[in-house]
Design a protein around this ligand. Structure first.
Ligand code: SAH
Length: 386
C-alpha cells in the first residue's frame, strides 16, 4: 500500500488524526487522490490507515491505527458504535446527528436524522468517492425513507470538490414537522432551501428558556427561531427574532404558528438592529455564525464579537440575561470569555455567570482533536450597577 512517512513531532504523535502538508517527510508508492494509504513514522513503524488528498491542506486523515479497507462492513461497524454512544448519552433518536466525521472515526462524513429522513454530507474526497458503499450501509443500518445528499458545504472546496445537492435514495420529502423538547419545527429538506436545524443547539434552547418567564426576549441570529420559540413557550412576555436571511425569518413565522405562540420576526443585520434599537430587553441571545474560519482572521472576528456584545449589554435591562455563543473553534472558551469581560468593562457593567453551554452530545468532542470541540456558550445575568 502506498503511503506517507510523517515527520517527527507532527500532531499525529500527540493524538490528532490529521497530517498536514508540512508534516510529510516522504510520500511512497504514488498514492492517488482519494486513496486509502498507510502512515509510518520516521523509523518505518506503522501508524495506521488514512484517507489521502494532496489537494487539501490536510493531506491525510487517519481513521484507524490498524490496517483497514473502507468496505461496507467497516462503515456498518462505525455506525453501530456511533449509535451506541448516542444511546448511552440519552440523545433523542429521531432528531439528531448520527455520524460526525472524525468524532465518529469517519473523517468527512456527516449524517443527520430528521425522523425517517437522512441528510448526508461527504466532505472529504475519499468518502465522496465511496458514496455508493456508504449509501448501502446507511440503507442497512437505518432503513430510511429518503437520503438527501446535501453537499453544499464550503468545506468541499478545500478538498477540490464541487458543490451539489441531490437525492441519494427515495423522493424529496414534502416539508414535515419534528419535535424537540416540546418545540415543534417545520423541516424542509427540499433542494435550494436552507434545510434542517442547528442540532448542536437543541438542548440549549430549554436551558436558556427556563429563565425567560415574563421577560422581554431578543433572539439575535435566530435562524428558524429555536431560542425564541422555546422562550415563547416558556411564558416570555414578548419575543423578537432577528436574522439576516429572509428564508430563516419566514421559517420563524411558520414555526411560531405551528407552536401557537406570538413572535415578532425581523429580517435585519443584527449589527444594525442593535445599533438602531430604541428598546431594551430582559434576555438577549447572541448566536452568530462563525466569524472566522482560520487563525489569521481571529483578531477581526473578536472585534466583531466584541461589538455585538457591547451593543447588547447597552440594551440589557438590570437583572437581565445575556446568553451568548461562539461556534468558531479558533475562538476558544478562554478567548471568548476574555472578549466578553473586555466588553463588560468597556460598558461599565458587571456580569454574573449563570451557566456554561456546549455542543450537544451527538457532536462528540475528542480533546486530542481540538477542532471537534467548537461550540461554547455562556448565560450571564447583569448585576445592578453598584
Ligand atoms: N440560533 C440559531 C442558529 C444561528 S446560525 C439556531 O439555534 O437555530 C447563524 C444565523 O445567523 C444564520 O441563520 C444566519 O442567517 C444569520 N446571520 C448571519 N449573519 C448575520 C447578520 N449579520 N445579521 C443577522 N443574522 C445573521
Amino acid at each position: 500500500m502506498a503511503g506517507l512517512i510523517v515527520r517527527p513531532r507532527a500532531r499525529i504523535f500527540h493524538g490528532h488524526e490529521w497530517v498536514y502538508q508540512s508534516e510529510i517527510q516522504k510520500t511512497f508508492g504514488n498514492p492517488e487522490p482519494g486513496d486509502i494509504i498507510s502512515l509510518k513514522d520516521f523509523r518505518d513503524r506503522p501508524l495506521g490507515t488514512a484517507i489521502y488528498n494532496p489537494e487539501s491542506q490536510i493531506v491525510a486523515r487517519r481513521f484507524t491505527r490498524r490496517k483497514q479497507d473502507l468496505d461496507k462492513a467497516f462503515f456498518l461497524r462505525r455506525m453501530e458504535h456511533a449509535r451506541k454512544i448516542r444511546e448511552t448519552s440519552g440523545i433523542q433518536k429521531n432528531l439528531c446527528r448520527l455520524l460526525w466525521s472524525e468524532s465518529d472515526g469517519l473523517p468527512g462524513i456527516i449524517l443527520d436524522r430528521y425522523g425517517d429522513h437522512l441528510v448526508l454530507q461527504t466532505l472529504t474526497l475519499a468518502m465522496d468517492q465511496r458514496v455508493e458503499i456508504i449509501k448501502e450501509a446507511l440503507l442497512e443500518a437505518y432503513e430510511p425513507q429518503s437520503i438527501t445528499l446535501r453537499n453544499d458545504s464550503p468545506m468541499r472546496k478545500a478538498e477540490g470538490m464541487e458543490s451539489e445537492i441531490k437525492m441519494l435514495h427515495g423522493e424529496v420529502p414534502a416539508p414535515f414537522e419534528v419535535e424537540s423538547a416540546g418545540i415543534k419545527f417545520l423541516v424542509d429538506l427540499s433542494e435550494g432551501q436552507k434545510t434542517g436545524l442547528y442540532l448542536d443547539q437543541l438542548d440549549t434552547y430549554s436551558a436558556v428558556a427556563k429563565h425567560s418567564e415574563g421577560l422581554k426576549v431578543l433572539d439575535c441570529f435566530s435562524n428558524q427561531g429555536g431560542f425564541g420559540l422555546a422562550c415563547a413557550l416558556a411564558g416570555a412576555a414578548e419575543v423578537t427574532c432577528v436574522d439576516i436571511s429572509e428564508g430563516a425569518i419566514q421559517a420563524v413565522g411558520e414555526n411560531a404558528k405551528l407552536n401557537a405562540v406570538k413572535i415578532k420576526a425581523v429580517c435585519a443585520n443584527v449589527f444594525d438592529f442593535l445599533r438602531e434599537s430604541e428598546e431594551t430587553y430582559d434576555l438577549i441571545i447572541l448566536d452568530p455564525p462563525s466569524f472566522t474560519k482560520n487563525k489569521k482572521t481571529l483578531k477581526d472576528a473578536m472585534r466583531g464579537y466584541k461589538e455585538i456584545h457591547l451593543r447588547a449589554l447597552k440594551l440589557l435591562n438590570n437583572d437581565g440575561y445575556l446568553s451568548t455563543y461562539s461556534c468558531s473553534h479558533h475562538a476558544t472558551r478562554e478567548i471568548f470569555l476574555s472578549m466578553i469581560c473586555d466588553a463588560a468593562v468597556d460598558a461599565k457593567k458587571t456580569l454574573r455567570l449563570v451557566e456554561n453551554h456546549a455542543q450537544k452530545l451527538d457532536h462528540p468532542v475528542l480533546p486530542t482533536i481540538p477542532e471537534t470541540g467548537y461550540l461554547k456558550g455562556f448565560t450571564f445575568q447583569l448585576l445592578p450597577n453598584r
